[in-house]
Design a protein around this ligand. Structure first.
Ligand code: FE2
Length: 268
């Protein structure tokens, strides 16, 4: 049975003008995910909320709690990192994010209040979760120095796992000519990941499906579409990855075909 990574990003809960009806997305996702065979790991690569509004966090907690329950996804198989939209301006910037992920997992393994990067394993997969918004400037991504130190220190230990997968929010390679939000120290990050034998980097922020291989170790950089973004010409959706075979199935959400329902289709 394959292990399926369900990669969802940029859900933007709390957006006063959401792209789709939330109940319709939830219903469509539950139907689609329940049709997937094998173990499931849910990965949410940041921008859970829209401008870190508290209601967005509460809505996200309810949405994902119902989703994982309806799809039988183990709590320990839910992982996430914050995005630039998830920085709370007053008080501790990632306390709300920590509450969100605690609500889903019911443990404190993932906490970005005290950590900039977290290593955890699920089965034979090792995940490195990185907060590319930890410098608290929402206008661009940056990998914290502590991540590089962690990678240097853990290099030998990391080799015990079958696959190594990094998850961060900001993109590593610029896509649009006027975009200045790309991770500024992306080369250092990719270099360290390559040295440690990473297989994948999963990210969000660009709201589009990106797929590129780089480095001596052939790290595959994959971006999921947004689940709620209204950029002109962009399709909303999510991706499914089988880390063993490398098969990526990109889904889009569309109100086509069935009246009153949001359906999910595969598009390359
Ligand atoms: Fe973002």
């Amino acid at each position: 049975m394959p292990t399926n990574l369900i990669h969802i990003s940029d859900t933007h809960f709390g957006d006063p003008s959401p792209t789709f009806n939330r109940q319709a997305i939830k219903k469509a996702l539950i139907k689609q995910i329940n049709g997937i065979e094998g173990d499931k790991i849910l990965i949410i690569s940041g921008d859970i909320t829209f401008k870190a509004c508290q209601q967005g966090y509460r809505d996200a907690e309810v949405f994902f709690s119902e989703l994982i329950e309806s799809c039988g996804i183990a709590r320990a198989n839910v992982i996430a990192c914050p995005g630039n939209h998830d920085i709370v301006r007053e008080g501790e910037p990632f306390k709300e994010f920590d509450r969100f992920i605690y609500t889903l997992r019911r443990d404190s393994v993932i906490s970005f209040t005290n950590n900039n990067s977290i290593l955890l394993n699920i089965q034979q997969l090792c995940f490195l979760l990185v907060n590319s918004a930890s410098h608290l400037d929402h206008t661009y991504g940056q990998i914290p120095d502590a991540t590089f130190t962690m990678l240097d220190n853990e290099k030998a230990n990391l080799q015990q796992w079958k696959r190594r997968i990094a998850v961060t929010h900001h993109h590593l390679i610029g896509q649009e000519i006027n975009d200045t939000s790309t991770t500024r120290n992306a080369y250092s990050f990719l270099y360290h990941l390559d040295q440690s034998g990473f297989d994948y980097v999963l990210h969000g922020h660009q709201h589009s499906k990106l797929d590129l291989v780089c480095g001596n170790n052939k790290i595959r950089i994959l971006s999921a579409r947004s689940m709620s973004y209204h950029g002109r010409g962009y399709s909303n959706g999510f991706s499914l990855l089988d880390p063993e075979s490398g098969t990526v199935t990109p889904f889009i959400l569309t109100p086509d075909e069935v009246p009153g329902l949001l359906t999910i289709g595969v598009i390359k």
